[in-house]
Design a protein around this ligand. Structure first.
Ligand code: GAR
Length: 202
């Protein structure tokens, strides 16, 4: 049965665009997924123009949310969009705000996030820079379900990215993004199978 997705993004939008290209623009074998809308909390986020250009018939909503006091209003409006489009999965693709515990608890195993480190290492913001500055030799990407604990929900899949002596934060970031674009669509397809994420490897 067709599943409706909504994508939440705050910034550049490379992951949002990658998912749109995979599941919307190029529907090869992905007919079970409908990207119903894209929501951004930042009015001038580059993701908005990119989505308009790539997929003009996907609805885009901008709901301001930069400070905590705006979160209730953001979640109320987001809840209305979720109802309107009968959304099954909420996909966080570079969404840089924290949803409330109350909101998250309404959607168990329905909110999915991508994080640019091998969780549980380097949680929170600037994970790529933190891993680089720590000097780890391997970092990576994690796709996980969102729970009320930040960057700690059940892991759907992970992939390792090595850090070479010649890397800079910039080159590492590029490697991480390449890996994100590879594994996020795969992780979403795994999630759709309903498999127990704690047992899943790719
Ligand atoms: C991605 O690297 C994603 O993993 C990260 O933000 C970037 C967004 O890039 N997300 C987080 O750090 C969430 N804690 P994009 O806008 O080009 O998709």
């Amino acid at each position: 049965m067709k599943k409706n997705f909504i994508i939440l993004a705050s910034g550049n939008g490379s992951n949002a665009l990658n998912l749109i290209n995979k599941f919307y623009t190029d529907k090869n074998g992905c007919g079970d997924i409908e990207i119903a809308a894209v929501v951004s909390n930042i009015a001038d986020a580059p993701v908005i123009e990119k989505v308009k250009k790539t997929a003009p018939d996907i609805s885009i909503f901008v709901i301001p949310f930069t400070v905590l006091s705006e979160r209730d209003a953001f979640e109320k409006e987001l809840g209305d969009i979720i109802k309107k489009y009968k959304v099954d999965y909420i996909i966080l693709a570079g969404f840089m705000k924290i949803l409330s515990k109350e909101f998250v608890s309404k959607f168990p195993y329905q909110i999915i996030n991508i994080h640019p480190s091998l969780l549980p290492a380097f949680k929170g913001r600037e994970a790529i820079k933190k891993a680089f500055e720590y000097g780890v030799k391997y970092t990576g990407v994690t796709v996980h379900y969102v729970t009320s604990e930040i960057d700690a929900g059940p892991i759907i899949c992970q992939e390792i990215v090595g850090i070479d002596d010649s890397d800079t934060v910039g080159t590492l970031e590029a490697k991480i993004h390449k890996t994100e674009h590879k594994i996020y669509p795969v992780a979403i397809e795994i999630a759709l199978t309903g498999a127990d994420p704690r047992r899943r490897v790719i």
